[in-house]
Every structure is written in structure tokens, then in C-alpha cells.
Design a protein around this ligand. Structure first.
Ligand SMILES: [Zn+2]
Length: 262
């Protein structure tokens, strides 16, 4: 899998004597979680994992060289059952996903580390990551953190409709890959589909509302796309990568500085 994580930040490139010598109380380990799942006719199955590698790798490049932060290898298989029925989607159950994160967390604690951040870029994992960040704190006393997607950055120049409902293989994901891995984007195969209209607020929304309906992609988007990839440009992808990486780097630095109240 292509990655932008600097070699010097890869936990798995250390040997055990180097791990033993790390400052365990201060070191922050980051566990990326993503997916291998359909992303329409134009983006690869690995889109969420590539975006995770891209944004985290760029953020890690921005940290001071002596900041003790290492990226664990990603959990590439996520809970993607919303995308079942499309060839290529590899989904694990919620129980399996949580068990893997729990056992990696146990190994982090057993190795003597204290700080662990979960960095997730697949929406179907988000509620599980939230649960696991708390459970790892409770079960192992780890100082856990959860970090999602762009780190909260509002990407410039995205329409209100796309911002609300372009959440799968739409403009943002397409732009990020156009800038980072253009050979993996088939610009002749764009499809457009919106699950709801931002101009017509409904009582039941698909996401981010107090009252929602639970959707499967095959119910609402035959091509597998929810959003509009057509406005995506490599230039915006590069700009948004930089914006997100800066925000993620700030979050990682705050996690490094974090001290629990005595
Ligand atoms: Zn995606």
C-alpha cells in the first residue's frame, strides 16, 4: 500500500531494542483505521486507507524531528457492511473490528506505552472508534485520543450540497486522490448521486441529525457514489491535504502535551 508516512515515523520499522529505549510516558502512538471498500466506478477500493496514509503522513512531516510520535501500521479492514453487494468490498464485523483495536491497544499497553491516538478515515468505523477509545482508557489505563478525517478543517470552496451529502467518493475524496495518486482515478467514469437535498430539509436525514434513517449504499446509490466528483481538481486536493495535515499536526501536538488532571 502506498504511504506518505516518513520511514522515521514508522513504528514497525523499529527493532525491539529501539522500542525498549523510547520514552514510554511521553511517546504518542497513532493507530490508523480505514477501509477497503467500493468507491464508485472511478476510485479504488483503498481510497479511505490511502487518504489516511496521505493526511497522517503529511501531518507527521510537519512535526518537530524530535517529537516522539510513531504511526502503527493501519487497520485497513473496517466495518463496511453499508457497501456490501459491490464487488471488492471487504468488511469485518463490528465485533471483529473492536477486537482487533482492543488487542492492539493491549499490546501497546503491555509494551509500556501510555498514549495512543486512534485516527479514523472511514465513516462506518467512527462510532466503534469512539467506543474503543473509551474502552482502552477504561481497561488498560491508556491515555487514548480519537481523531477523525480532516481533523475538523472546513475545506475551502466546497458547495453546501457537497459538504452535507458528498460523503462517499464525491468531490473531496476524488480531489485528494487526484493530487496524490492520479493514476488511480478514472476521470472518465464519474457518476453523481445525492442521498438528500440540502435545500429541502427532511425530518429524517441519512447522517448528522437527531432523527436519521439507516442506509445501505445499494438502496440509495446504484453506482456506489454519494456526492459529485465532477468539480474535483488536483489543485484543490493538494490545498486540502495541506489544510488537513496542518490541523492534524496541531491535534497530535496537543495530544503530546496533554497531561491528565492530577
Ligand atoms: Zn471513502
Amino acid at each position: 500500500m502506498k504511504t506518505w508516512i516518513p520511514d522515521s515515523r514508522k513504528f514497525a520499522y523499529l527493532n525491539w531494542k529501539q522500542v525498549e529505549a523510547l520514552p514510554k510516558q511521553e511517546t504518542l502512538l497513532v493507530l490508523p483505521t480505514a477501509a477497503i471498500e467500493q468507491h464508485g466506478h472511478h476510485l479504488p477500493l483503498a481510497t479511505d486507507t490511502l487518504i489516511n496514509n496521505l493526511l497522517l503522513g503529511n501531518a507527521l512531516e510537519m512535526l518537530p524531528a524530535d517529537a516522539p510520535v510513531y504511526a502503527l501500521e493501519p487497520v485497513c479492514y473496517g466495518k463496511s457492511n453499508e457497501h456490501l453487494g459491490f464487488p471488492g468490498t471487504m468488511s469485518v464485523s463490528a465485533a471483529t473490528f473492536m477486537a482487533v483495536v482492543r488487542d492492539v491497544g493491549a499490546s501497546v499497553a503491555t509494551s509500556g506505552f501510555r498514549k495512543l491516538a486512534l485516527y479514523n478515515t472511514h465513516g462506518g468505523n467512527s462510532s466503534l472508534v469512539d467506543v474503543m477509545a473509551r474502552d482502552l482508557r477504561a481497561e488498560f489505563g491508556l491515555r487514548t485520543f480519537a481523531l477523525y478525517g480532516s481533523g475538523g478543517v472546513r475545506y475551502e470552496g466546497v458547495s453546501a450540497q457537497e459538504r452535507a451529502y458528498g460523503f462517499h467518493a464525491g468531490e473531496i475524496e476524488t480531489a485528494l486522490l487526484l493530487s496524490a495518486t492520479p493514476d488511480l482515478v478514472d476521470q472518465s467514469a464519474y457518476t453523481v448521486n445525492y442521498i438528500a437535498d440540502v435545500e429541502k430539509p427532511e425530518t429524517l436525514l441519512p447522517e448528522n441529525a437527531a432523527a436519521t434513517f439507516s442506509w445501505l449504499t445499494r438502496d440509495i446509490a446504484a453506482s456506489g457514489v454519494t456526492g459529485d466528483p465532477r468539480p474535483a481538481t488536483a489543485e484543490n486536493g493538494a490545498l486540502w491535504t495541506k489544510q488537513a495535515a496542518e490541523r492534524i499536526a496541531l491535534a497530535l501536538e496537543a495530544m503530546l502535551r496533554w497531561k491528565d488532571p492530577a
